[in-house]
Design a protein around this ligand. Structure first.
Ligand SMILES: Nc1ncnc2c1ncn2[C@@H]1O[C@H](COP(=O)(O)OP(=O)(O)O)[C@@H](O)[C@H]1O
Ligand SMILES: [Mg+2]
Length: 1003
């Protein structure tokens, strides 16, 4: 039921006109509760009580009546509405029922006129903000009203005080003095207030307020609910708004943000910045920290001080968000997320998944193509919501047109044309009406698409304005006045042109990223794109280069400067190339910046960005150029990280082949180290041969005094020795590598060497307790509580815990790592650590779990074309299956694993024998079982792999027992106890003891 506001009659739901008096009900509908931006004016008489005592009542009444009359006239003349009289005070509102584009300025003018016209002393306060308007007694309510009243109370005789938001809207038309902040009751923060000195200009800074929001009630409700939950449950939620450009994602968000009491930080991903991973993260961190220095190493690294991996950064940012959400709750607005780098998306997901007890709303805006790149985005999360913002339906579009016209006339044919062409896109409607307004009475046709419409609008701009806009477009959606000036011919003054562009609503003032400059933002990215696309390639080339020079000079403080510079120089070089006039020097400059950025990405294990940046850097250079050859080994490492093994191999081969002749010895060495590592790992070459190769490389790197390459070579050699079962020798290499990496000041290499140390301690004769002490020391030394996923130093922690029987702790630890890797989609790493995870289950005696974990990896690694890890996993899987009495399956898998096993991968060869021993035991062939166990032991006795030895002794002990050789069995198991005890492998030693006891009962 809808009540008619005029006559009160009840009408059917959906009726458009009142059945009784014929008034439009839609009007009424829209005048019911609404949130909109209005300007509120309070005016009060000073000393009215005193006056009332002095003057005779008759005279007082007459004076006050004239005052009220004068006030009303002044207010109404400027389009305001007197809302009520409170004692001697007048409250007026500008913006109801009709919003004007310049309500703030109207209110300020009315204030001055009123003050000058009344014959008694008054004071005035003016403030702008979003309020709820309704019908009935209190037409307008909300905080902005209270602030206006407070400003009025603080004003002196004859003064007009205006609030910050009003000032923002009228600043070009007034002269003011900034006052000291005002304390206000019920407000945590003091108010900013300005004393109005004079109204000087004709036009307000922003001409038009947005038309009232149309539709979107369901989406607004979902958002409000999500926020409600975040606050009530003090939990994190991920809310994604998907939709086409111009459909209203930002607008819906703005409306929501205006209604919440929260700390809000916002950032956007750059449209052109592929490889710029942390731009939005830096923005957010800066907003949260203000001038405070970061107290987290990874956050400091994000701001350009030091190094950290992607995972450490994600963790550091999460902690910061959690801390800052505590007080009021935090909304993190991330716009244009479809342009985010994978590592940044992972950061967002990590916050969504892992933050606990912190009221954080992650509000993400993106075009639907986000789901093409990331089909699983927000899927499978209980705390995530996605809404697709559909185009407005024709009725809503019509309302929008109505709202934007604000009572002006529009030719019905044209109106229909707009409605049809817009296809429910509000941006189209706004831009079309702006064009109609700008063209005055002229005939306008309706362009068929939003792109064509924007192109037409820009095309019609006066030339200097268009040129200023174009120069801005080269920088991006946000651009600086200084850059526009630098890119303009003969020092053209652009301030005036930019101001006119602001008035035409093409750009808006924005926060500058370059200190001391002024920034503007295209009102919509599509406007930026349309402007840019209209530029000829030669101009683009020229402007990108000029911009690069400008930002190099003025943007020294920017964190991702190399990425930005590289991008703009790359564009310039690419256009020149396309125009048939390549400029190798320009390309080389671009490549140098992209290469530096890519190398940093590689160091922080940001694989996708590293690949992107290094590939672009190399692609800009001649095939044979030394700079390109220097990039090749890095590019090969990045390709290997993202799993493109073939590409990685090709790049390495090329570097080794061509670099020495070009005088790039170090590049060839780095490629040789990495190639031998990959070959060794893939079982492509015999380890002793590769060890020789590494010895040669090492001699060269040491002779050259290259600590970094020395650390890399020692690291590889350490692994080869480990694979050969010489863990204690490997340990020596890793310890040396650790020192060289420290001297080379490379946190990444230090990390990797530490991982090697831990592995060598684990597999060799070093007692578990020593390994644990080392791990503790590492955690403190580099204070990286998360560890990093790429270097798996802390992966050995669960093995140590499981070895002494603390299965709960071991499982918890592994589970956390596995979740992290799953979240990252790092399936390859996940499979390659399966052995670690399964070992805990094997020690705990949960064979079924162990089987599941190992089998996943066995299948997954095959798909990835991996051999080294897979062969070992296969042998252990076969052993597990045999222990589950599934001899046939076990036998098939051990055969398959053997086909993959390199002869010199002694640990795997021994494991396969052990598997065959267990299979034979299940098949009740004890002789065969004992023979295989003995072979395994022979091999392992030439290594220092203590745990593997103990496991083998256990198998041999039980087969001997089955054969009735009690003495041999006893001796075998005693050795197992002794070895196990020395290493601190309490579970294995315990198993041996239990068997010994059974034996003594046998005899
Ligand atoms: N529901 C709506 N009601 C009124 N105006 C809208 C609505 N949705 C969008 N607009 C206006 O249309 C323009 C484009 O919307 P915007 O939110 O910037 O789109 P997006 O962020 O999806 O690209 C903005 O000027 C906005 O104020
Ligand atoms: Mg937007």
């Amino acid at each position: 039921m809808v009540a008619c506001l005029k006559c009160g009659a009840a009408n059917r739901e959906g009726a458009r006109f009142c059945d009784v008096c014929g008034t439009s009900l839609e009007e009424i509908d829209r005048s019911r509760e609404q949130r909109k931006v209005v300007t509120v004016l309070f005016c009060d008489v000073i000393g009215s009580t005193a006056r009332a005592e002095q003057l005779d009542p008759e005279a007082t009444r007459a004076t006050m009546a004239r005052y009220f009359e004068t006030a009303r006239t002044a207010i109404e003349r400027h389009g305001g509405t007197v809302e009520k009289f409170i004692g001697d005070a007048v409250m007026a509102v500008f913006g109801v029922p009709q919003v004007h584009e310049d309500d703030a300025l109207r209110a300020v003018r009315a204030a001055v006129e009123l003050r000058d016209a009344v014959e008694i002393g008054v004071r005035v306060g003016v403030n702008t903000g979003r309020v709820v308007t309704g019908s009935g007694d209190t037409l307008v309510t909300g905080d902005p009203v209270n602030v206006a009243a407070r400003l009025e109370q603080a004003a002196g005789l004859g003064e007009v005080l205006i609030g910050a938001d009003t000032y923002r809207l009228v600043r070009d038309a007034v002269e003011v003095e900034l006052l000291p902040p005002l304390e206000a009751r019920g407000k945590s923060e003091p108010l900013t207030a300005y004393r109005l000195v004079a109204v000087t200009g004709e036009e307000a800074y922003l001409r038009r307020f947005d038309a009232p929001l149309v539709g979107r009630s369901r989406e607004s409700r979902l958002l409000a609910d999500a926020w409600e939950r975040v606050r009530a449950e003090r939990a994190c939620a991920l809310f994604t708004i998907l939709g086409a450009a111009g459909v209203g994602k930002s607008r819906l968000t703005q409306e929501f943000l205006a209604s919440v009491d929260a700390t809000v930080v916002s950032a956007r991903c750059l449209s052109y910045g592929e490889g710029i991973t942390y731009w939005p993260a830096v923005e957010i961190v800066k907003q949260l920290l203000g001038d405070e220095p970061p107290d987290d190493l990874a956050v400091a690294a994000l701001l350009g001080h030091g190094q950290a991996t992607t995972d450490e950064i994600a963790f550091g940012v999460r902690k910061l968000l959690e801390a800052r959400s505590a007080e009021r709750g935090l909304v993190v607005l991330l716009d244009d997320l479809h342009w985010a780098e994978p590592a940044f998306l992972e950061l967002v997901e990590q916050v969504a998944d892992w933050s606990r007890g912190a009221p954080i709303l992650l509000l993400c805006l993106a075009r639907a193509e986000l789901l093409d790149q990331r089909p699983g985005w927000s899927g499978g999360k209980l705390n995530a919501t996605s809404v697709l913002l559909e185009p407005l339906v024709p009725e809503e579009t019509d309302h929008l047109i109505e709202g934007l016209l604000g009572g002006d006339d529009l030719d019905p044919g044209l109106r229909r044309g707009i409605l049809e062409a817009a296809g429910g896109n509000p941006l189209f409607v706004e831009e079309m009406l702006a064009m109609v307004r700008e063209r005055g009475g002229e005939d306008v046709s309706v362009p068929p698409t939003i792109q064509a419409l924007l192109a037409a609008r820009i095309d019609q701009l006066p030339r200097p304005e268009r040129e200023a806009l174009e120069r801005g477009a080269v920088e991006g959606q946000v651009f600086h006045r200084g850059a526009v000036e630098a890119l303009s011919a003969d020092g053209m003054t652009v301030a005036g042109h930019l101001l006119r562009l602001v008035r035409k609503e093409l750009v808006r003032p924005s926060a500058a990223m370059v200190a001391g400059d002024e920034a503007f933002r295209f009102r919509h990215l599509l406007i930026r794109d349309a402007t840019y696309e209209a530029l000829p390639k030669s101009t683009r080339a020229e402007l990108h280069e000029l911009f690069a020079n400008w930002i190099a000079e003025h943007g020294a403080e920017l964190v991702e400067l190399d990425e930005l510079l590289g991008y703009h120089l790359e564009q310039a070089a690419r256009y020149r190339f396309e125009l048939g006039a390549p400029q190798p020097q320009l390309a080389a400059r671009a490549s140098a910046h992209l290469g530096a950025a890519g190398t940093r990405a590689l160091e922080r294990l940001d694989d996708h960005a590293a690949m992107n940046l290094l590939d672009r850097a190399a692609g800009l250079l001649d095939d044979a150029s030394p700079a390109r050859l220097r990039l090749l080994p890095r590019l090969a490492e990045a390709a290997h990280m993202i799993g493109d093994i073939q590409r990685s191999e090709d790049l390495l081969a090329e570097a080794i082949d061509r670099a020495p002749a070009a005088g790039e010895a170090a590049a060839a060495l780095r490629a040789r180290i990495f190639a031998s590592f990959v070959h060794g790992h893939m079982g492509r070459a015999a380890l002793p041969t590769l060890l020789d190769e590494l010895d040669q490389v090492l001699a060269e790197t040491q002779a050259a005094g290259d600590e970094e390459l020395t650390a890399r070579a020692l690291h590889s050699r350490g692994w080869f020795r480990l694979w050969l079962g010489r863990s204690d020798d490997g340990l020596a290499d890793f310890l040396q590598a650790l020192q060289a990496a420290g001297r080379a000041s490379s946190p990444k290499l230090v990390d990797e060497a530490s991982g090697g140390v831990a592995a060598a301690m684990r597999y060799g004769s070093t007692p578990w307790a020593e390994l644990e002490a080392f791990l503790d020391g590492q955690a403190q030394a580099v204070s990286r509580p998360t560890g990093s996923l790429g270097s798996d130093i802390h992966l050995h922690r669960p093995a140590a815990l499981a070895a002494r029987g603390d299965f709960a702790a071991a499982r918890a630890y592994s589970a956390e790592r596995v979740r992290q890797l799953e979240e990252r989609g790092a399936t390859f790493v996940l499979h390659s650590i399966a052995f670690n995870v399964a070992t805990t289950e094997l020690r705990a005696g949960d064979l079924a779990s162990a089987e599941r974990i190992l089998r996943d990896a066995w299948v997954g690694l095959e798909a990835a074309g991996e051999r080294g890890f897979r062969a070992h996993i296969g042998a252990v899987l076969a052993e597990t299956l045999a222990s589950l009495d599934r001899a046939d399956e076990a036998s098939a898998i051990v055969d398959a694993s053997e086909a993959l096993t390199a002869d010199d991968d002694v640990i795997t060869v021994a494991a396969a024998h052990r598997a065959r021993a267990r299979i034979a035991a299940v098949r009740e062939l004890p002789d065969e079982a004992a023979a295989h166990a003995r072979q395994a032991l022979d091999i392992l006795d030439r290594t220092d792999s203590v745990d593997a030895q103990v496991e083998t002794l256990l198998v041999l002990g039980s087969t001997l027992r089955a054969l009735g050789s009690i003495t041999d069995a006893t001796e075998t198991l005693r050795r197992a106890v002794e070895l196990g005890d020395a290493k601190g492998s309490l579970v294995l030693a315990g198993e041996a003891r239990a068997l010994l006891e059974e034996l003594s009962r046998d005899s």
